[in-house]
Ligand binder design. Structure first.
Ligand code: SF4
Length: 319
């Protein structure tokens, strides 16, 4: 089971025209995701991780590259086949309140995917629909008596559970989790992460998990991809990456994890700002912030290659 590839992304690029300039939000990214596993994607804001996920989900068109999903070359399918396959992919958003319909009850929010796909679920009677909604609420730990409540009457953790129930309604194979716990209290974060892990085991789900919190990514992911300015700069299985990060950007990210000092509340952030993707540095894109940058780094873009078995990096230090 674990060797079945559910997503194979090849050389994905997504460019946007901004006036006369080109914003290279994602630039030649490839990865594979095995069934029942989680790929964590980390990087600062502006690294392209959410754009990459939206291309994979077919929410925005790729500029170039291909996505194979469940063995099908997604971008070459007919419109109808693509629509059907898209039901196998769902997304959980960062802000549970904004992702739910505020004027609709919990049960109506969870029922929405069945209504939108009524072509396939037209024969679903009211009793059966209610049964499915109750089953989904049980699955994610929302009490059935909350079915008639509105999102604003629930805690943020409960709202996120409703969002997860809705994402599960059509029995997807892939869920993109876009910063799903970053707006929640730490204790609730752990509950939601454990819920996602339980659901993964029960349903053999595959996740693409986007986050900037490295501890959260370490907890939930089987593999981790690190992105910087639209490029993949490092990839390895989670244990290997956290035990021996290779790329100076990954190491800087790890060192910039907020730490509370003895006298309380002191945080160490990474130095410098991520450059504009409209005007990325020549050579290695990290050269303006890298303590180990050489003249070569400022001229020549490093190739992304296997620096150790199963451990990939794009850095001249490992050529
Ligand atoms: Fe730093 Fe050079 Fe490696 Fe880029 S290629 S991360 S600038 S050492």
């Amino acid at each position: 089971m674990a060797d079945e590839i559910i997503v194979r992304a090849e050389n994905i690029s997504k460019h946007f025209k901004v006036g006369r300039q080109t914003l290279r939000a994602v630039d030649g990214v490839s990865f594979q995701l095995k069934k029942g596993t989680t790929l964590g994607i980390v990087g600062e804001s502006g690294s392209g991780k959410s754009t990459l996920a939206r291309v994979v989900l077919d929410l925005i068109p790729a500029t170039s590259g291909s996505v194979e999903f469940m063995g099908e070359n997604f971008f070459q399918l007919s419109k109808e086949k693509r629509r059907l396959l898209r039901r196998e992919m769902q997304i959980i958003f960062q802000n549970p309140f904004l992702s739910l319909f505020p004027h609709m009850s919990v049960s109506a929010n969870i029922a929405e995917p069945f209504i939108v796909n009524k072509k396939s679920f037209g024969s679903l009677g009211r009793a059966e629909l209610n049964e499915r909604i109750s089953g989904l609420m049980d699955l994610v730990g929302v009490p059935r008596e909350h079915a008639g409540m509105y999102p604003h009457e629930l805690s943020w953790g409960q709202q996120q559970r409703v969002g997860i129930a809705r994402a599960l309604a059509l029995n997807p194979k892939l869920i993109v989790c876009d910063e799903p716990v970053s707006s929640l209290d730490v204790s609730i974060q752990a509950q939601i992460l454990n819920l996602l892990l339980d659901l993964q085991q029960q349903k053999e789900l595959s996740y693409i998990f986007i986050a900037h919190n490295l501890a959260v990514v370490e907890y939930i992911s089987t593999h981790v991809a690190v992105m910087y300015l639209g490029k993949l700069v490092e990839y390895a299985d989670t244990r290997e990456l956290y035990r021996s990060p290779l790329h100076p950007y990954t190491r800087a990210l790890m060192e910039s994890v907020p730490q509370v000092s003895e006298n309380g509340g002191e945080f160490h952030g990474m130095e410098g700002e991520i450059p504009s993707p409209l005007n990325p540095p020549k050579g290695c894109r990290f050269c303006t912030r890298c303590a180990q940058a050489s003249d070569r780094c400022r001229e020549e873009e490093p190739a992304y290659h296997e620096a150790a078995p199963g451990h990939y990096a794009a850095c001249h230090l490992y050529d």
